[in-house]
Design a protein around this ligand. Structure first.
Ligand SMILES: *Cc1c(COP(=O)(O)O)cnc(C)c1O
Length: 434
């Protein structure tokens, strides 16, 4: 009888983690009190969709925006009812036109790319860096065509993209840069907040993010004109431009992307706590990295110099050749030990059915089939080898965002990993037999 083998929970041994960790919950008494006051006031939103002082929203919207400006060190913060709305507003505000190409990462949430399509522009997927999982500037440059107008840089998992390189490319080619920093609020890049280095950037306030208001988003920019256009797109631009005296009518198709007073009152309290939440994530991640060090074939998250990581996800990379055990088997063993929030895949957006079949608006392949799309854009498997290989073979993500992570919780995760790694030969044999 092989005692080592019997020890693993996947082979019937005792589980390392028997009690699920408490859910991450950043909402406290301050948020309850702030929301209560707004509810009692009866004014749950004070926006008007016409040229009027209330075009800019009510007192909590304004207060939250001014506080975000001070916190992130930007000239303008514009709240929106989701970060998906924020991304749509950003692409419109920087002046993207139908058929323009926008370079985006495939390793992101789907809205980073649909925000581009939304304006009948064409998402072009460039590959990512294996270390940061963010856009690879070399691949970005290789994907630039005469039709490229912008780069959508996604600060994925909590680490900034290589903004110096991306901004330099943008300057050389006359492109706009948008930062999707949904997962990295509070992350630093060379002393500045991620999201604030692009022409426009911002953060999600959805339930799963570091700080949340249920749903919501914050756009940030230092550009007065972009800020104005963001506010117009947020709030029925077409009905406001006349009264406001706006002469540039490009993309002045407006929406109701307005965030309410309750959410903004909660957001004000959440913003005060962001630094603390980020700090505790970073402490948990540092302890995890320390605990996992020395395990063969397992690469802990990389933090580039002069950057900080805020660990929405704690991304691991397996060297499956060195391990001799497929990723799926390792993940099964870890899950059996009680490790929660593990994922063996993230996103390869170019492989989604919509891009594979080029069917977005209507049934005739618009916008790709239309004359506004000036060249054949490929979404074939193979265009993003790094992102594809991570997805197919080597990526193992731990959703740090999902649970409260005390030292004790981190130590249990580490213990489960160490137990599985101590039993790799048994896993190897069982994988062979399967
Ligand atoms: C969460 C997220 C979004 C969308 O934000 P919502 O507020 O849910 O609309 C976009 N991009 C990335 C990278 C995200 O993680």
């Amino acid at each position: 009888m092989n005692t080592t083998r019997d020890n693993l929970a996947i082979f019937g041994g005792p589980k390392t983690i028997s009690t699920p960790f408490p859910h991450y919950n950043p909402i406290g008494a301050e948020e309850v009190e702030a929301a209560r006051k707004v509810v009692e006031s009866g004014v749950l939103s004070q926006f008007l969709g016409c040229w009027d002082p209330d075009f800019y929203g009510g007192p909590k919207v304004q207060e939250f925006e001014r506080k975000c400006e001070a916190y992130f060190g930007v000239k303008h913060a514009v709240t929106v009812n989701s970060w998906t709305s924020g991304l749509i507003a950003a692409v419109g505000a920087v002046g993207i036109e139908p058929g323009d190409e926008v370079i985006v990462s495939p390793w992101t949430m789907s809205a980073s790319a649909t925000a581009i399509l939304h304006w009948n522009a064409i998402p072009v997927f460039a590959d990512i860096e294996p270390e940061t999982f963010c856009l690879d500037p070399v691949s970005v440059e290789a994907n630039i065509t005469p039709y490229t107008k912008a780069i959508m840089a996604v600060d994925i998992f909590g680490h900034s993209a290589n903004m110096d390189a991306l901004m330099a490319i943008a300057a050389r080619h006359g492109l706009k840069v948008i930062s999707d920093t949904a997962q990295a609020p509070g992350a630093l890049y060379h002393g500045k907040f991620a999201g604030t280095l692009a022409d426009v950037g911002g953060f999600s306030l959805n339930y799963h993010k570091h700080i949340h208001t249920g749903e919501g988003g914050i756009l940030v920019t230092n550009d007065n004109e972009i800020a104005d256009r963001l506010r117009l797109i947020r709030n029925h631009a077409e009905a406001v431009v006349g009264g406001k005296g706006v002469s540039d009518l490009r993309n002045m198709v407006g929406y109701n992307f307005r965030l309410g007073e309750i959410e903004c009152a909660i957001g004000i309290e959440q913003l005060k706590k962001l630094g603390g939440f980020v700090g505790s994530r970073q402490r948990a991640a540092a302890r995890m990295t320390q605990g996992l060090s020395g395990l063969t074939g397992l690469r802990a998250p990389i933090v580039e110099s002069n950057c900080t990581h805020v660990f929405y996800i704690y991304p691991l990379v397996l060297d499956v050749e060195a391990l001799g055990v497929p990723r799926s088997r390792i993940a099964e063993a870890l899950v059996a030990e009680g490790v929660m929030g593990l994922a063996t895949a993230y996103q390869n957006l170019h492989l989604l059915p919509m891009y594979q079949h080029k069917i977005a608006y209507g049934s005739n392949g618009f916008p790709w089939s239309s004359s506004i799309c000036r060249r054949e854009v490929s979404y074939a498997k193979g265009i993003c080898p790094v992102a594809e290989s991570l997805q197919d073979k080597s990526y193992l993500g731990f959703a740090m965002c999902m649970h409260e992570m005390t030292d004790g919780h981190v130590d249990l995760i580490v213990k489960a990993f160490r137990k599985v790694w101590d039993n790799l030969p048994a896993l190897f044999e069982s994988a062979k037999a399967a």
